[in-house]
Every structure is written in structure tokens, then in C-alpha cells.
Design a protein around this ligand. Structure first.
Ligand code: ATP
Length: 199
């Protein structure tokens, strides 16, 4: 599985439709200060369902919509599409290529689509939840965060690597399973008490 392309329309500084194609391996986005490199990274987390305006370096969610420049009027909607190569079947969906699209209008509210069909945010989250690239997987390391990774103590660094590697997801599942086991044990104790009383 790898990210194939990202198309931005009316997202932040990308007023016109712009498509970035990624090949397997490392992709570098280079450009002068303020040219929109971080906006591309913001678009990636936004299309995967990011809900926090601050994480997108804005004050409110509508700030992702192109706000206009001296030569170009503001737009009424932002749309980002992310196409993922799923020929290895890493995503639990019967398509070799998956396109996730998120659209937002100025009057608020987001719409999501999977391969062109309208869907819920939950569907996107579930699809990505085991892939290691979902919104909550913290695989996107922003500017500034790099410093905190480099300066973290060994335990802090380990926590960061565990999150990026997807260990956190398994730890949460383990905790959930242990809680269930505790509840089961409590029920079992109760049943054993009842059996003992009835004897
Ligand atoms: P640096 O190298 O300094 O980190 P960068 O290439 O990462 O810069 P970004 O932070 O991605 O640049 O882009 C900032 C630019 O995006 C600014 O010029 C800002 O005005 C513009 N921008 C952000 N949001 C919007 C918006 N909603 N509408 C229009 N332009 C926007």
C-alpha cells in the first residue's frame, strides 16, 4: 500500500486544482518559504478526517478554504482527494485503488466519499484504522515536532516510535481485552457464589 496521489481544490493556498503524484519510496516537496509545503501535509491529515482546526494551523475549520488573494476571489468550498494504491489488499476493501475525498463548504459541514460514493467519517476511520495511516496514528510529523522528537529522552522517543509503528493501537486493544476479562471474571465469581448458595 502506498499513497499514489493527492489532489487539492480550493484547499488553503491551492485555489486551482493541483495534483501531486507520489511514487513508492521517498518523496520530497521543496519550495520557498510560504509556498504551501505544509499546506500539502495539512491536506493529507484533513482528508483522513482531521477535526481540529489547530492541528491544521487555523483558527476555525473553514480556514482551510481558499480565502482569496489580491488577484483572486475567495472560494466557497475546499476539496481534497487522496488516492491510495491498495493492490496488496492492505486496506480491507475490494478495490486495488481507493480514493478518499473530503469536501467542506463555507457554511460548515464536511462531506466524505470513498471511490466517489458518499460515506461517513466513521467509514473512512474504520477503513484506515488498521493501516497505520489514519488521523490518530500520528505518522505525520510536523515542523517543530521534529525538534521534540530529537530532544526527547529515551522513554519519550520510544513512545513516539511506538505510536508511529502502530503499537499504540495494539496496546489499546490489549487494555480493552483485559477490561473485558476482568468483567468476565467478576461475572464468573458471581455465578460461582450463586451455585455455592444453591448447593
Ligand atoms: P515554510 O517553508 O515557511 O514553512 P510552507 O511552504 O510550508 O512555508 P505553508 O505554511 O504551507 O508554506 O503555506 C503558507 C501560505 O499559505 C501562506 O502564504 C498563507 O497565506 C497561505 N494560506 C494558508 N491558508 C490559506 C487560505 N485559506 N487561503 C489562501 N491562502 C492560504
Amino acid at each position: 500500500m502506498h499513497l499514489k496521489s493527492l489532489t487539492l481544490r480550493g484547499f488553503k493556498s491551492f485555489a486551482s486544482a493541483t495534483t501531486l503524484r507520489f511514487e513508492p519510496g521517498i518523496t520530497c516537496v521543496v519550495g520557498p518559504n510560504g509556498s504551501g509545503k505544509s499546506n500539502v501535509v495539512d491536506a493529507l491529515s484533513w482528508v483522513m478526517g482531521e477535526q481540529g482546526a489547530k492541528s491544521l494551523r487555523g483558527g476555525k475549520m473553514e480556514d482551510v478554504i481558499f480565502a482569496g488573494t489580491s488577484g483572486r476571489a475567495p472560494l466557497g468550498r475546499a476539496e481534497v482527494s487522496l488516492t491510495i494504491d491498495n493492490s496488496d489488499g492492505a486496506l480491507p476493501i475490494d478495490y486495488a485503488e481507493v480514493t478518499i475525498t473530503r469536501t467542506m463548504f463555507r457554511n460548515g459541514g464536511s462531506e466524505y466519499a470513498l471511490n466517489g460514493d458518499t460515506c461517513r467519517l466513521l467509514d473512512i476511520q474504520e477503513l484506515l484504522s488498521d493501516s497505520g495511516i489514519g488521523r490518530e496514528m500520528h505518522v505525520i510529523v510536523g515542523q517543530g515536532q521534529l525538534d521534540s522528537v530529537l530532544q526527547a529522552d529515551p522513554m519519550g522517543r520510544r513512545a513516539f516510535i511506538e505510536e508511529a509503528a502502530g503499537v499504540l493501537k495494539h496496546r489499546k486493544r490489549k487494555e480493552k481485552a483485559l477490561r473485558k476479562l476482568d468483567a468476565m471474571q467478576a461475572n464468573l465469581n458471581r455465578v460461582q457464589d450463586l451455585v455455592a448458595e444453591l448447593r
